[in-house]
Write a protein of this length. Structure first.
Length: 424
């Protein structure tokens, strides 16, 4: 469903006086407000095609109706998010859950909604009904060459779909690994996986990137063949300049210092992009910024510092994607909250007084360094994020408008209650 300008204007007009008051107060104390607003307006976060329906756990799934029944309806949902926040202008597709039947038509529909195609995601962690060989014991690491060939061919197929849509990157996440000691020869599994990745890399167009995503555990519970950033960096270094490491915030062992990982990958020119989510225990796929907002800020602080040190463009030189699951909340509301959390952390990171922090570090003034970071983190930047959104034509309060417009109710009446989005 579409929101027209009149509905957004009416909503905004009612909130503008209070927004002005808050924005003027925040902006008065900040140098370079215009620069910050420009950065925020340019920043776009890709929404994954698998996050628009209700997720679930292995214990159950409790859908709330109105889920998209097709790729076209998924694009419409992301178009609605982007209409509300002007920061969700991309979609990250999963194959085979969302195979475009008519690439030209799908691309045209996305363009109509102001959406670009971010990274394509392959899937060799499940068996599909028509598939010749099983991935039960892995895909690219598999001892049987026929399985490896099938997994390579699938990834090449995903690249072809992406070319048709104007995507420029492939994300490979492998569930390969082992669940019991002795099951796998680690070195040989690594070698076979590298060979497979090399074959896929050969099929990448010149202007494409390949993201190798790592994960510490699950679904395998003893070893994972791309288990951490070191292993991913080993693969991507051996593959070549188009290969990068992808950081999914939920894929680390507890208490990992993700901001340090990010800093060093950036330093090496090997950070490709992000899957944003939040977690308390494992790969919980919760709303971004809902559990550890300070960590999210520290990650963005390293990103801004590291990207500026290399003269990179924040908005476009890395892949920014959400990878989350919405088990009890309305997925669209959850995604609005996630994008907002990302924008807030990014805005806070832009506020950090870099020269002062550098001086404090050089003087070993630990207390002052902490003061500088927390001065930025404890600034209420929501009026800045709202101002950037309003300038771009979005809603002052995206969730407020989504609710007052009764979007979910309308989606249920259009699409029905019992349909399940593909991949869930
Ligand atoms: Mn991920």
């Amino acid at each position: 469903m579409k929101l027209d300008n009149a509905a957004i204007n009416e909503h905004n007009n009612a909130l503008l006086p209070e927004h002005r008051r808050q924005f003027d107060y925040t902006a008065a104390g900040l140098p370079q407000v215009e620069r910050i607003l420009q950065h925020l307006e340019a920043f776009q976060v890709a929404i994954p095609s698998w996050a628009l329906g209700t997720g679930g756990t292995r214990f159950g799934r409790f859908p709330q109706g109105g889920e998209p029944r097709s790729l076209e309806e998924k694009i419409e949902d992301i178009g609605l998010l982007h209409r509300l926040n002007r920061s969700s202008g991309a979609i990250s597709l999963h194959i085979p859950w969302d195979i475009p039947k008519d690439a030209q038509a799908v691309k045209a529909l996305a363009t109509e909604h102001g959406l670009a195609f971010d990274a394509m995601n392959s899937n060799t962690f499940q068996d599909q009904p028509d598939q010749a060989h099983s991935y039960k014991f892995g895909s690219l690491q598999h001892v049987d060459q026929a399985v490896r060939k099938q997994a390579i061919a699938h990834n090449i197929d995903v690249i072809k779909h992406g070319i048709g849509l104007g995507s420029k990157s492939l994300t490979v996440w492998l569930s390969d690994g082992s669940s019991h000691p002795g099951q796998l020869n680690f070195r040989k599994a690594f070698g076979r996986t590298l060979e497979g990745l090399q074959a896929i890399y050969q099929a990448l167009p010149e202007d494409w990137k390949m993201f190798v995503e790592y994960k510490a555990f699950e679904p395998n519970f003893y070893s994972t063949t791309v288990g951490d950033w070191g292993q991913s960096l080993l693969y991507t270094s051996k593959l070549g300049p188009k290969a990068y490491t992808l950081v999914d915030l939920g894929h680390h062992l507890p208490n990992a210092n993700i901001e340090q990982i990010v800093s060093l990958l950036l330093m090496e020119g090997k950070l490709g992009g992000f899957h944003f989510n939040d977690s308390k225990y494992g790969d919980d796929d919760l709303t971004v910024g809902s559990i550890k907002p300070y960590q999210l800020f520290l990650i963005f602080s390293e990103l801004v510092e590291g990207m500026d040190a290399k003269g990179m463009t924040h908005a476009t030189d890395l892949g920014w994607m959400i990878d989350a699951s919405h088990n009890v909340k309305d997925p669209l509301e959850d995604l609005l909250q996630s994008v907002e959390a990302i924008m807030i952390a990014y805005a806070q990171a832009l506020l950090v007084d870099r020269p002062a922090l550098e001086a404090a570090q050089a003087a070993n003034d630990v207390a002052q360094a902490q003061e500088i970071l927390q001065q930025a983190y404890r600034t209420d930047v929501r009026p800045l994020v709202r101002e950037a959104r309003l300038k771009a034509g979005g809603a002052a309060n995206p969730i407020g408008l989504y609710r007052s417009h009764e979007v979910r109710k309308k989606l249920i009446s259009q699409r029905g209650y019992n349909n399940t989005a593909t991949g869930l």
